[in-house]
Write a protein that binds this ligand. Sequence first.
Ligand SMILES: [Ca+2]
Ligand SMILES: [Ca+2]
Ligand SMILES: [Ca+2]
Ligand SMILES: [Ca+2]
Length: 273
Amino acid sequence: MIRNFASRVTQTTPRFALLSAAILAAPAACTVDSQDPQDLESGDTASAVTTDPTSRIKVGDFNGDGRSDILYTNGSEWLVSFGATSPLTHSAFSAALASDMVIGDFNGDRRSDVLVGTGSEWMVSLGANTNWQHFAFSSTRAADLLAGDYNGDGKTDVLAGTGSEWMVSLGANTNWQHFAFSATTSAVLQAADFNGDRKADVFATTGSEWRVSLGANTNWQHFANSATMVDQLKLGDFNGDGRADVFYASGSAWFISYGGNTDWVMVATTTAR
Ligand SMILES: [Ca+2]
Ligand SMILES: [Ca+2]
Ligand SMILES: [Ca+2]
Ligand SMILES: [Ca+2]
C-alpha cells in the first residue's frame, strides 16, 4: 500500500533553491527563461537548449554506452546530446514531440527506443532512428505512461496510475497487471532506478522534498530536500554507475544531481547562436 501524498503543485517560476543547504545546494544565478524553446538543429551545442525543459527533452541511452543521453525534439527533427555533454546531433526526422512519447528499451538491445500512443495503439521507433512499428493495441496515451523496468528483466515496462492503483504492462505489450495501490497518477511521477537493483523506482515531489517508492510497490521514503517539482526534472543515469541521476535545465545551463542526493553540477552552458 502506497500512501497518498499531496497533489501536484504547479509553479510558474521553477525554484531551484533547495531547502536543505546540506543537500543539493542551489547554484547561484539560476533563472529560467519564459520564452518559447529555441528550435535547435544538428551541430548546435547541447547547452543551447534553453527554457521549458519538460516539453521538448527526453532522457534515454540512445547509443547503448550505459550513460543517459538527452533527446531534443523541435517539431520536425530529433536531436541527441550524448551524456548530456556533447553537441546535438541528428537522430531522425519526426514531428513527434517529447510530450507525446515515453522512452525505454522495449526490445532489450540496451539502446533506448521511443514509444508513442496514437489513441488506439502503441508504436515504437527502435533506437529513436527507425520507422514506427506496431507494438501493442491500447488507447492509453504516452503522456499517461511511466516507462521503467519494473521487473528487472532488461526490457522496459510501462506503468499507468488510474487514480486508485498502479498498473503495469510488462514489456509494454502484455495485459495490465496490478502493481500497487496509490491515488497518485502517472502524470506527476517519474521512474528510474535509484538504489541500483536494476528495478525501476518511482519518484515524486511534494514541493519540499523528493520521494521514492522503491520498486514502485513500497511506501514512499524521503530522498532529498528540494522545492523543485517533478515536471521540471528529468531522470537518467548520466554517469553510468547504475543509479539514477536528476537532470535540470535552466535558462542558461544544464545541471545534474548525481544519485539524486548530491549537489547540482553544471554539465553544459549556453553558447551564443
Ligand atoms: Ca532498444
Ligand atoms: Ca521489464
Ligand atoms: Ca530500484
Ligand atoms: Ca548515476
